[in-house]
Design a protein. Structure first.
Length: 161
């Protein structure tokens, strides 16, 4: 039953049908993530956010916010343990960044008329800080875990993706 639910979630995320979505690299990675409780929480939130973005309000629903907040609580508990930095916590941070990226993708960019000639950011300064915070946390987590060589193949793939 869990495998079918995972396949349906992956198909919704990738906007494909069940018949043609068995072996893509992203499907294989998502199957792995969905089998891991901590990183799966943020993938569920991202899938829910993608659904919300297609609705008339295009805002995170209470369900999506709940999934995200539950994941944040779980991640905080995980990283406060002595063995808290792991492939799962790093995958969770990657998936949290994916959530933020999905959230930002459906927001209108800074208006071209308001851009200056010297700088033309596509994201606001606040949005750039959000991205930088996730990248900084990810870099620190990887360093604490022992560097890139300590990561599993699945975690390296997610990082490269």
């Amino acid at each position: 039953m869990t495998t079918i639910v995972n396949r349906v979630l992956i198909c919704r995320l990738n906007e494909t049908s069940l018949e043609n979505n068995d072996s893509s690299p992203m499907t294989l990675l998502n199957n792995y993530v969905l089998s891991r409780r901590l990183p799966a929480q943020f993938l569920y939130a991202t899938i829910s956010l993608s659904r919300d973005n297609q609705s008339s309000t295009a805002r995170p629903s209470p369900e999506t916010i709940s999934l995200l907040l539950d994941g944040l609580v779980f991640l905080k508990e995980q990283i406060q343990r002595p063995s808290g930095i792991s492939d799962d916590s790093i995958l969770a941070v990657i998936n949290l960044w994916m959530y933020e990226a999905t959230l930002l993708m459906d927001m209108p960019p800074v208006q071209p008329a308001k851009r200056t000639a010297k700088s033309s950011p596509l994201l606001s300064a606040a949005d750039q800080r959000k991205i930088e915070a996730h990248i900084d946390g990810l870099q620190r987590s990887i360093a604490c875990y022992g560097g890139l060589q300590a990561l599993s193949a699945e975690c390296l793939y997610a990082l490269a993706w």
